[in-house]
Design a protein around this ligand. Structure first.
Ligand code: AMP
Ligand code: ZN
Length: 482
């Protein structure tokens, strides 16, 4: 099976073929760090995390870039309101984002460029677009991209001209008179008093100002890709569906007009929205839940991962107390089975056990096949999760009948749960207990080596008093609670 992915550009599921065999450049639009990222943002970031993990599990080397938008209307307004500089305002939110990312077990990207660190490449990009005649300086001193001079505009969003016009003017109505065409978007905004107040203005040959949001991603993606591997076309570019238009459409216009290539990314992937009880989550509707809210409520990050992965990334999803409770129950089932498989003897018990071992191994092979096939099919995580739970059911049945847990069975389960990263977070107390048990096992081993069997038995009793059972096997001593 080859990996197939849905490409928003073609509206089709296609075979994924990296530009250079064996490696993948992945650019994911990151958070705007004006405030805490909400759990809706993290739905998109978790989809991207799974994509990254599956590409890597498929043997590809991934270069993953996620930008942090640290200069735009929202960050400037928030800093001005708080009476601090832009930098002072965003820094705590950048750190909060990294902490939330770690809580949710999202693999760190290889680079987290911030817009304000890439002002020079952005200025060069605007100069290139001015030189090519696809950008112009408006009457207000800002620089705009002339959509009429880029015929491929609208290819990604497939909106008709009327929709493009209303979409563009809805966002930038104040610039209406400065532009040649209502659809044009800003590349570089002439500095305003608020920008100066929060130190968000830079000198450029075409006037003092600050970058437009779309420009940031094009400049950072092109710059980092060129530095890492050369080239100016990304393999995969991701974001939430709200970024298709205008953000990604505008990124394509700027980047392709500059590079002269027909594509900015081979594959465009977009995650559907997370709703809270049916409404799109946003600060505007006042229905925000942040990752830290959920963490404080004691929700295991693995339950959230399981919850998100149980719905395909191109389907809308609803978060509510019931869905969290269901995911938590599913997680417990996975955790119980993981402990049982870990503690299971390697050898079968009796003739029935022999047959059951074969069944368990068969179920493990099936898990590998079905799990791979599901994720290869446009990252069908719900089917992959279902394959995992089928294995748990079959595994429990086989173990009930005395199956031995082979390394093939253990490895298949560890591999699938590792790709999704959905095993329960060990409790602090469990970690403490584990350290203590390991120490006692070593002490018992030493006592037995010294032929002090009385002491060895006393240690076994001491462990039993805390509910820990030992099992001595060829591979050493294993333990379990209960
Ligand atoms: P922002 O911080 O607004 O720039 O958004 C960061 C990422 O989160 C983008 O990829 C958005 O498309 C995505 N996003 C925003 N709101 C939601 C939501 N409710 N559900 C899923 N993704 C979202
Ligand atoms: Zn972007």
């Amino acid at each position: 099976m080859t990996l197939r992915l849905y490409n928003t550009m073609t509206r089709q599921v296609e075979d994924f073929v990296p530009i250079v065999p064996g490696r993948v450049s992945l650019y994911t639009c990151g958070p705007t760090i004006w405030n805490y990222a909400h759990i809706g943002n993290f739905r998109t970031f978790l989809f991207e995390d799974l994509l990254r993990r599956w590409l890597e599990a498929s043997g590809l080397t991934v270069f993953h870039v996620m930008n942090l938008t640290d200069v735009d209307d929202r960050t400037i307004q928030a800093a001005a309101r708080a009476g601090v500089t832009l930098r002072e305002h965003v820094e705590p939110y950048a750190q909060a984002f990294f902490a939330d990312r770690d809580y949710l077990r999202i693999l760190p990207a290889h680079a987290y460029p911030r817009a304000t660190q890439f002002i020079a490449p952005m200025i060069s990009l605007v100069e290139s677009l001015l030189a090519k005649g696809v950008a112009y300086r408006g009457e207000d001193g800002s620089v705009y991209f002339a959509i009429a001079r880029f015929p491929a505009y609208g290819r990604l969003s497939q909106l008709d001209q009327r929709e493009l016009r209303s979409g563009a003017s809805g966002r930038v109505s104040s610039d209406e008179y400065a532009k040649e065409d209502a659809r044009d978007f800003v590349l570089w905004k002439a500095a305003q008093p608020d920008d100066e107040q929060v130190q968000a203005a830079w000198d450029a040959p075409f006037g003092r100002g600050r970058p437009g949001w779309h420009l940031e991603c094009s400049a950072m993606a092109l710059d980092l890709l060129r530095e890492k591997w050369g080239g100016d076309v990304l393999d995969i570019h991701c974001g939430g569906v709200d970024l298709i238009f205008p953000h990604h459409e505008d990124e394509i216009a700027q980047s392709c007009a500059h590079t002269g290539k027909p594509d900015f990314a081979r594959v465009w992937m977009h995650a559907e929205f997370l709703n809270i009880r049916g409404t799109k989550m946003s600060k505007r509707f006042g229905n925000i839940t942040t990752a830290r809210d959920l963490k404080e409520d004691g929700v295991d990050a693995a339950a959230l991962r399981l919850f998100f992965f149980q719905t395909h990334y191109r389907q809308k999803i609803d978060l509510n107390d019931e869905s969290i409770a269901q995911a938590t129950a599913g997680l417990r089932r996975l955790g119980d089975f993981a402990a049982r498989l870990e503690a299971a003897p390697t050898r079968a018990t009796g003739a029935v056990g022999e047959g059951a071992t074969a069944e368990l191994d068969g179920a493990a092979a099936q898990l590998r096949d079905q799990f791979s096939a599901a994720l290869d099919d446009d990252l069908n995580a719900p089917r992959a999760v279902a394959a995992l739970f089928d294995f748990v059911t079959a595994g429990n049945r086989a173990l009930d009948r005395g199956a031995g847990a082979s390394s093939a069975a253990r490895e298949a389960f560890a591999w699938a749960t590792g790709v999704l990263d959905v095993l329960p977070t060990p409790k602090e107390a469990d970690a403490e207990l584990a350290t203590w048990v390991e120490e006692r096992i070593q002490a018992r081993k030493a006592a037995r080596l010294a032929r002090d069997f009385g002491k060895a038995d006393a240690i076994r009793d001491e462990l039993a008093a805390r509910g820990v059972t030992l099992e001595d096997g060829p591979g050493g001593t294993k333990w379990r609670v209960g």
